[in-house]
Design a protein around this ligand. Structure first.
Ligand code: NAI
Length: 778
């Protein structure tokens, strides 16, 4: 969890009531934060009174993507039932209600909760549609003061948005306590919303989806054509509209439509958009509800081995045809070009964007306190790359207004208020947003949120080259940022590390390795290696190898603290750099692994030795050199990648002492704090001595590989690669009595790496990885 500067969040135990899709997912995320959870549901079987909640935990233990981040988390969820365990609600600081969306049932439940909750405990509902005012009807003043709506998105571990609605009676201190916990411990970005139907994301998102579906029917587009226009060119995930509906389930649409049409006023723009389509009704009747059903707008036809799409006119499936992206700038994010494109492309783009952006602008003051809430809600709730007001800026508010006006549509006053001005601007290095009063004000980040994204507006990097940059992040700390494609590592990165060490030594206190890419690093730039190979430039390759080893060791022994701060994937060389840091502060969603064997190589930048050291010190491992060697071999030979930071710790990539930050926005500040905490009295680590088993240990590992071969789990070349890894990890020809130095181990790594790189089968693996992004099992 994020270490809050003011101490741990004051939520020590949580009760989640309703162990369905959302309740179980919320409980898992609370457990991921290390907080115990009581998960209650109804009694369905008198012989197994807590069976419903227990079955829910079993289900999510098998779910993919996994709701739990690690083995420990699942043990923190205690299943129970609402009849026997109600008094135990008194143990909890926060009670989250996530039962079916029925007002009568929720109200009846609150009456029971009121009777047994602790006086300080907060109660919140995960309702998607029911107004707060209705939920608390009949409740006491004290209950009202402790009540709020916390609207999570599905799946709760992975969706970062949390819409929070406080009522007029909600105690602001209580709301802050819960939102602070949800932010720091659960990793959510809090979007305050007003008590209006569908809150922010679903209100705008539903109109967006339905406008897009309507227009596809009206303009006669295929689902592929629609998704190619309303997907990537608009900064929307490639699933587009129909792909997204398949994902969330087509059956959800009629429910949401019914609920929104019932709760929104007659004049709301959504009422004119809400429309059922006979084709979709027929699909639902046939069980074609999307990915969870027998297929949706798309389906995988396993027998024919192909992806298929439904013909919106005939309802027949046919082979899916990838639609080309819109031509020219229209396909590359130029929204003005997109809506002005000739034919179906422009017509469809406008039919989607026009109503959606206009709706967002017309609703904004009613549903949110500022436009940032709306942008955040759509970016985090629907994975849009740009929020509605960022999209409007790309079009121009005045131009959007002009087009609406020209076609006789109402123009939201907010667009006219903005006029020629942008909703977002940078003024003297500070991000500003346009308020509903027509004035700009600075965007204020929560305490403890530090982003390079903001820093770079006001400053230039201290050092910079083609693949990396160094930033002053304040208080004597610098951040090393990778900037190449996929944050791949090359000679430029290594050169910058060298310069950075000199600079920090001279003028700063500590260094953090951090960036804001989707992934920390994909590892060494293999394209470069392949290129050098094709040119027969062996000296270049050897230079890259040795350069990486030297740079990483220089970081390790630098006379100041170094903290690695990964988020997303940290693979191969990206993992190895972390292994050389004094400490790691990882985002909870860190996917760490030494994946070199997957491309027919072995870790070559010091990863083998560093992992051996980590496992040697792992508590609970039996003595002697072999257990650590065997563990590292087990993890690295099959290119294991952790599915979370918690798992990275189980695999030995993180130490017990390393930190985890749940909220991505807080990672840099947390890493910086960790680095600063190491400054006083800092001394670099002492170089290790390796006592390795030598050829006898190698024989044991070879035997294991032989077993995998025999079972068909490893290819012949897998065994060759594993053999090289085993050679390095066991210390080559070493005699157990003679300890090896770090330099000896690096030499073994280099030797194995270069030998493998010479092999055509390794080259084929690298080529396949670069071309398809998938490992080749040759
Ligand atoms: P669900 O149908 O999967 O689960 C509801 C659970 O509540 C069931 O396990 C049911 O046995 C239990 N339940 C019903 N009455 C109960 C009672 N009186 N006491 C204890 N347990 C009871 O529903 P889902 O999808 O998890 O939705 C739950 C809430 O979250 C609803 O308010 C929904 O609007 C909201 N929501 C749903 C989202 C989604 O994507 N499914 C997203 C955001 C919010």
């Amino acid at each position: 969890m994020s270490e809050a500067p003011q101490g741990r969040p004051q939520v020590r135990k949580v009760c989640v009531i309703g162990a369905g899709v959302m309740g179980a997912g919320i409980a898992a995320q609370v457990a991921n934060a290390g907080i115990p959870v009581l998960l209650l549901d109804i009694v369905r079987d008198p012989a197994d009174r807590s069976g419903v909640a227990r079955a829910a935990v079993d289900t999510i233990l098998k779910a993919d993507p996994a709701p739990f981040m690690g083995k420990g988390a699942a043990r923190l969820v205690e299943p129970g039932n609402i009849e026997d365990d109600l008094p135990r609600i008194a143990e909890c600081d926060w009670i989250v209600e996530a039962i079916v969306e029925r007002l009568d049932l929720k109200q009846a439940l609150y009456a029971k909760v009121e009777a047994c909750r602790a006086p300080h405990a907060a109660v919140s509902s995960n309702t998607s549609t029911i107004p707060l005012a209705s939920l608390i009807e009949g409740r006491s003043d004290a209950f009202r003061r402790h009540f709020l709506i916390t609207h999570f998105f599905n799946p709760p571990r992975y969706m970062r948005l949390l819409e929070v609605v406080g009522g007029p009676d909600s105690d602001p201190a209580m709301v802050t306590r819960i939102t602070d916990f949800a932010d720091r411990a659960l990793g959510k970005r809090i979007v305050p919303a007003r008590d209006t139907p569908g809150f922010i994301a679903n209100r705008i998102g539903t109109l967006w989806l339905e406008s897009a579906v309507n227009a596809a029917f009206d303009l006669g587009l295929t689902v592929e054509e629609a998704d190619a226009i309303a997907g990537k060119p608009m900064g929307v995930p490639g699933t587009g509209i129909f792909g997204l509906l398949d994902l969330v389930g087509l059956d959800l649409m009629p429910h949401v439509r019914q609920s929104l049409t019932a709760s929104l006023p007659a004049g709301d723009a959504y009422q004119a958009v809400a429309r059922s389509h006979p084709r979709i009704e027929a699909m639902l009747a046939a069980g074609l509800t999307g990915r969870k059903g027998k297929g949706g707008f798309y389906r995988l036809n396993r027998e024919a081995g192909r992806k298929e799409a439904i013909d919106l006119v005939t309802g027949e499936y046919r082979p899916a045809v990838k639609a080309p992206p819109p031509e020219g700038p229209a396909g590359k994010g130029d929204l003005a070009a997109l809506i002005a494109a000739p034919g179906k492309v422009g017509a469809y783009a406008w039919a989607v964007l026009g109503p959606t952006l206009s709706y967002a602008a017309s609703l904004a003051p009613e549903i949110a306190a500022d436009i940032t809430a709306i942008d955040d809600a759509m970016k985090l709730g629907y994975n849009w790359r740009f929020g509605p007001f960022e999209l409007i800026d790309r079009l121009g508010a005045d131009k959007l207004a002009a087009r609406l006006r020209a076609e006789g549509s109402p123009v939201p006053p907010l667009l006219d208020l903005a006029g020629e001005r942008a909703f977002h601007r940078v003024d003297k290095g500070r991000r500003q947003v346009l308020g509903f009063d027509g004035q700009y004000s600075d965007l204020v980040r929560p305490d403890g949120v530090l982003l390079l994204e903001d820093l770079r507006l006001a400053a230039k990097p201290l050092l910079e080259n083609a693949s990396a940059a160094l930033w002053d992040v304040g208080d004597g700390v610098v951040a090393l940022e990778f900037t190449g494609k996929m944050n791949a590592l090359d000679g430029e990165v290594m050169a910058l590390i060298g310069q950075a060490i000199a600079l920090v030594q001279e003028r700063y206190k500590a260094l953090v390795i951090y960036n804001e890419g989707a992934n920390f690093s994909a590892g060494a730039n293999l394209g470069l290696a392949l290129f050098a190979l094709a040119m027969n430039a062996w000296p270049e390759i050897e230079k890259l190898m040795a350069g990486g080893q030297q740079a990483y060791k220089a970081l390790k022994y630098a006379p100041f603290p170094v903290v690695g701060a990964p988020a997303g994937m940290a693979l191969g060389g990206g993992c190895e750099i972390l292994l050389h840091a004094d400490a790691i502060q990882a985002h909870a969603e860190s996917y760490v692994g030494l994946v070199e064997c997957g491309v027919g190589l072995v870790p070559g930048w010091g990863g083998c030795g560093e992992m051996l050291e980590r496992w040697r010190k792992m508590p609970g491992l039996p003595g002697g050199p072999m257990p650590a060697v065997a563990k590292v071999f087990e993890v690295v030979s099959v290119a294991t990648v952790s599915k979370s930071a918690a798992e990275a710790r189980e695999l030995g990539f993180l130490r017990a002492s390393d930190g985890v930050t749940m909220n991505r926005d807080r990672l840099l500040a947390d890493a910086k704090a960790r680095a600063l905490a190491l400054v006083d009295g800092y001394a670099p680590p002492a170089p290790p001595e390796f006592h390795l088993p030598g050829p006898t240990g190698r024989a044991a590992l070879d035997l294991a590989v032989h077993g995998f071969r025999a079972q068909g789990l490893a290819t012949e070349y897998d065994a060759v690669v594993a053999g090289h890894l085993a050679h390095v990890l066991t210390g080559g020809e070493a005699d157990m009595a003679d300890p090896l130095t770090e330099a000896d181990l690096l030499a073994l790594e280099r030797e194995a790496f270069l030998a493998l790189l010479h092999d055509e089968r390794t080259q084929a693996r690298i080529k396949a990885m670069l071309e398809t992004g998938k490992p080749l099992r040759n």
